[in-house]
Design a protein around this ligand. Structure first.
Ligand SMILES: [Zn+2]
Ligand SMILES: [Zn+2]
Length: 354
């Protein structure tokens, strides 16, 4: 029997907070595609937004499958596929650049005009299309659990972000935001030799940050002025060398800029809601010679680097996965995240009865 003629269970998004587990036909496998049995899919802030909004303006129109951080085992390869075979454990990035457009030719593949995204990780099986197979499908090293390997994509975004900053060992970096991305940004900045301050509001997460090498944590619920609290941790209150926003709210973008020293950098990692804007003090920007930088997504180089970092244990990824749930309880996973009771949830498809 060809697997691709069968059926599978998948979470279908119908609308805001409305997801149902259904039996649907297996996705069709092309001659150059790879079929992966999902062993684990991890939740992400983007998926939570999609769950709450019931879709995504650019990527997901309900009813639809969704989820984009996954790893699993190859169960079938198209006739034209090389380098991959059945039984291999793999992780895929959720996108692949075209390598033909202006931006790809300028070595800015994260800005590709034709970035191909894949969705549908909250299912028993997912097809990895040719372009992702070629550029962003990687074999998982034997000792790395599948659930941890799922962090390859978000960690690749984090590593790409840090490469957009000019960061020297000993520099002081503040990360605003204690979600999974904020924690990973803080951990990786510390790994690169920075002195890291993390601002957040969940005591448990701030405790975890200390395990990740963060030197100081600030619970902004406990301080009257978050900017002054950060500046107080720098010589002469001059401000930090690099400030990173990892929340995705315009007011936090502004707070982030206010924490930077003269000649320093503010990096905007978190995507804000559509139509929002920020207020900038032109005097400060000019006389303090600030660099402000938006960052988006990742590159194939950073995808490989991320998997290496996870495999070598430089980021204890397992600590970020605070909950494991079967696919049938996907809604509960999002509700836990919403209540800030879970960082990342590993969602495990339970095979159907034969
Ligand atoms: Zn993600
Ligand atoms: Zn391109």
């Amino acid at each position: 029997m060809s697997l691709s003629n069968g059926s599978m269970q998948a979470a279908i998004l119908y609308g805001p907070r409305h997801v149902a587990l259904e039996t649907i036909p297996m996705p069709t496998l092309g001659a150059t595609d790879v079929l992966v049995r999902v062993e684990a899919a991890t939740t992400c802030g983007t998926d939570l937004k999609v769950f709450l909004q019931g879709g995504h303006a650019r990527m997901i129109t309900p009813p639809a499958v969704f989820g984009h951080e996954f790893s699993g085992t190859i169960v079938q390869v198209g006739a034209g596929v090389q380098h991959f075979r059945e039984g291999m454990r793999v992780v895929a990035n959720n996108s692949a650049p075209c390598y033909r457009c202006y931006y790809c030719r300028r070595n800015l593949p994260n800005l590709c005009d034709d970035l191909l995204f894949i969705n549908g990780a909250y299912a028993e099986y997912i097809v990895v299309p040719e372009r992702v197979v070629h550029t962003n499908l990687l074999e998982i090293p034997a000792a790395l659990p599948c659930a941890v390997a799922c962090l390859t994509e978000p960690l690749a975004c984090v590593l790409h972000c840090l490469d957009q900053a000019t960061l020297h060992p000993g520099d002081t970096v503040v990360v605003n935001g204690d979600g999974p991305s904020g924690l990973m940004l803080a951990a990786m900045a510390a790994w690169r030799g920075a002195r890291v301050i993390l601002c957040g509001r969940a005591p448990q997460r701030l405790g975890l940050a200390r395990q990740f090498g963060v030197e100081a944590v600030i619970n902004y619920a406990d301080v009257p002025d978050q900017v002054m609290a950060v500046r107080a941790l720098t010589d002469g209150q001059r401000g930090v060398d690099v400030a990173i926003e990892a929340v995705g709210r315009p007011e936090v973008w502004e707070t982030t800029v206010a924490m930077v020293r003269k000649g320093g950098q503010a990096i905007f990692y978190g995507g804000c809601p559509r139509g929002t804007s920020v207020h900038l003090d032109t005097q400060a920007l000019h006389y303090d010679q600030l660099t402000l930088r938006g960052v988006f997504h990742n590159t194939p180089y950073h995808v490989r680097l991320a998997l290496d970092v996870l495999a070598t244990g430089h980021l204890p990824g397992a600590a970020l996965i605070t909950t494991t749930l079967p696919l049938a309880r996907l809604c509960d996973a999002f509700e836990l995240m919403l209540a800030r009771q879970a960082l990342k949830v590993a969602v495990i498809p339970v095979p159907q009865q034969a």
